[in-house]
Design a protein around this ligand. Structure first.
Ligand code: XMP
Length: 320
């Protein structure tokens, strides 16, 4: 069992010193590699890794076609300002090909995992000569995977899969004792800007976790546009997480006086401390109306917008 460190008990300075020392000890005089998604966890790991190893840590940002609008360039720019070079790797075609025709949630996660570790990242690791991979797995990821609720895409050891055997390299997970609130405290103390340590959580499978049914370029564009609107309008709420989900069912709508058998977006906005349980935020009705109006007018093909009013449990935060 991994021993939890509660955010309120966390001495972030001591934690950073300890993790920096551990990473140095594990990697020795070798090199390590990590993949940055721009989410809170991988951003904090990138900082810890660079504090420990400097240029002996190679950080890649794999554009998997599933990211939010403008992410790769924006995130790389924020790290550049801290003196950390991020390499953007365009793997969009490979991920889209792997996801083609898949509709089952777990099969989708599996396709993303395999494409990420075995193909794209595996290739980069081999080229780099790194024997260690730094990864931002947190305690919540493990809980839910072990409980069989969802297969988070980064928890091999806990599932009894040896990453060295399965993928050919060792994994270092410095955040494994923390939950999101603890990770943010560490992020702030490493000098990350609030735009990175204080952003809402975003899942590893990215926008694919928010598409019910097949993930295609067109459907990604739809959910990406809706996500940008949801994030813009709900930023000031201070909610734990907010997102847009693209449904698979179509509904009859109307546009320009004609019938339009269109798509549906579901908006979710959560109050939560650690993602283990969550309640829908009581958003003002006017804000809900504005969300619907912006999404239906700005996202092509969307005729209907709903707001999720169920808690976690029975719901989960993401849709797949
Ligand atoms: P759920 O949907 O299980 O999400 O209630 C709990 C928290 O974890 C995030 N999440 C993921 N993070 N890989 C990740 O790294 C995943 O596969 C994944 N699925 C969900 C989710 O955004 C929420 O904050």
């Amino acid at each position: 069992m991994t021993k939890e460190i509660l955010a309120e008990k966390l001495d972030e300075k001591a934690f950073i010193d300890e993790k920096v020392a551990e990473i140095r000890q594990q990697v020795g005089d070798g090199i390590a590699i990590n993949a940055l998604s721009g989410g809170v966890d991988s951003s904090v790991v990138t900082m810890l890794g660079h504090l420990a190893l400097g240029s002996r840590l190679r950080t890649v940002l794999i554009d998997n076609a599933l990211m939010r609008e403008g992410e790769p360039v924006r995130v790389a720019g924020l790290f550049k300002a801290l003196g950390i070079d991020i390499e953007i790797v365009d793997a969009r075609e490979e991920f889209l090909a792997a996801l083609k025709g898949i509709t089952d949630p777990e099969e989708k996660r599996e396709a993303i995992t395999q494409t990420f570790y075995k193909k794209v990242f595996g290739r980069l690791v081999k080229e780099s000569g790194a024997k260690f991979l730094l990864q931002g797995t947190i305690l919540t990821d493990i809980d839910e995977t072990v409980a069989g609720i969802k297969r988070q895409h980064n928890v091999f050891e806990q599932l009894g899969i040896d990453p060295r055997e399965a993928f050919g390299y060792g994994i270092i997970e410095p955040l494994i004792q923390l939950r999101k609130d603890g990770v943010r405290k560490v992020g702030r103390a490493t000098g990350l800007p609030a735009e990175l340590f204080d952003r809402i959580p975003f899942p590893g499978p990215a926008l694919a976790a928010r598409i019910i049914g097949e993930v295609t370029q067109e459907r990604l564009d739809t959910v990406r546009k809706a996500t940008a609107i949801v994030e813009e309008l709900l930023k000031e709420t201070g909610a734990f997480q907010y997102l847009a989900i693209l449904h698979n069912d179509r509904v009859t709508g109307m546009r320009d006086g004609k019938r339009d058998f269109g798509q549906q977006i579901e908006v979710r906005c959560w109050d939560s401390h650690d993602a283990r349980t969550a309640k829908p935020t009581q958003l003002p009705y006017s804000l809900l109306v504005e969300l619907a109006s912006r999404i239906t007018s700005e996202v092509p093909g969307v005729v209907s917008v709903t707001y999720n009013i169920a808690s976690k449990p029975s719901s989960t935060i993401e849709a797949i």
